[in-house]
Write a protein that binds this ligand. Structure first.
Ligand SMILES: C[S@@+](CC[C@H](N)C(=O)[O-])C[C@H]1O[C@@H](n2cnc3c(N)ncnc32)[C@H](O)[C@@H]1O
Length: 269
């Protein structure tokens, strides 16, 4: 029986409550005006045709002409080209500022967006495809919220429809014993560090951007999650694993894969 309840998780007695994690209310928006204004530039690698093209090909194949719902649609990096491909796309996002950026782009008129938390927000209609890309499942910082997200995705799917998640494999193997911080970007103008709490299965990505004599900072908490735990969440939501790949070009998923693209389907009956 799929379980779809959702709520706030509080630290248990004796647990540490690091700033920016347990203390934040569910559905905190980390993509306000300042971050939305930098997002497309800062993520320019992810906007490259070599990244967007295979993603859109993969999603359009799975939609099979049916409508699609993007959870965390953001500024439309994937939704706009998918819509241009002829797929009817809707979206949900917590950030009015990210959605305002999407709205300023050509083709946005074809895409309806609801402002809300994608773990709970319901939209009209049912979909052949629901998708959640670019590690955004991690923005839900508790297991309970991530399960609720799977349940919400399942609720919006047609029988036979698919839920697709793109997320990194937790890089914990690269963390030397006793260390809690790992650099993911180091360049003269960008620094990025992941800070891990392995007991709580949480991280914070700290971003530093140098512009002239100014340094801008941006830190986002996340919950990292392994593929097997996602499969269990899918089962709780009444979905079953159909495919898992190491990338959008259907590269094999192996022990060395840094990310995965997983597809769960809603059974016909
Ligand atoms: C990393 S961005 C990805 C945006 C877009 N999917 C892309 O691939 O470029 C994450 C997006 O998810 C949204 N988001 C994060 N947590 C959310 C939540 N709980 N409910 C709805 N949107 C959320 C953010 O506002 C942001 O627009």
């Amino acid at each position: 029986m799929p379980c779809c309840s959702r709520g706030t998780q509080h630290p248990r007695a004796g647990q540490r409550a690091p700033a920016g994690w347990h203390t934040e209310p569910v559905g905190t928006n980390h993509f306000g005006e300042r971050i939305a204004g930098m997002y497309d530039d800062d993520s320019s690698v992810m906007f490259a045709p070599a990244v967007v093209g295979p993603t859109v090909d993969f999603l359009a194949d799975l939609a099979r002409g049916g409508p699609a719902l993007e959870l965390g649609i953001g500024t439309g990096r994937i939704a706009l080209p998918l819509s241009a491909r002829g797929v009817a796309v809707q979206g949900i996002d917590l950030s009015p500022d990210m959605v305002a950026r999407l709205r300023s782009k050509p083709g946005a008129d074809a895409i309806a967006v609801s402002i809300g938390d994608f773990a709970a927000t319901e939209v009209e209609g049912s979909f052949a495809l629901v998708y959640l890309v670019f590690n955004t499942i991690g923005n839900l910082t508790t297991q309970e919220e991530q399960v609720a997200c799977f349940c919400n995705a399942a609720r919006h799917l047609d029988a036979g429809g698919c839920f697709v998640v793109e997320v990194g494999v937790p890089p914990i193997r690269r963390l030397p014993p006793g260390e809690t911080v790992r650099a993911f970007t180091v360049s003269p103008t960008r620094l990025g560090f992941d800070e891990f709490d392995v007991a709580e299965q949480r991280g914070i990505s700290h971003h530093y951007r140098v512009t002239g004599d100014r340094v801008e900072t941006f830190s986002v908490p996340y919950r990292y999650v392994w593929p097997a735990e996602l499969d269990l969440m899918a089962r709780i939501a009444g979905l079953r694993l159909r495919e898992r790949w190491g990338g959008w070009r259907r590269e094999p998923f192996t022990g060395e894969s840094a990310m995965h693209v997983s597809v769960w389907e809603k059974p016909e009956s």
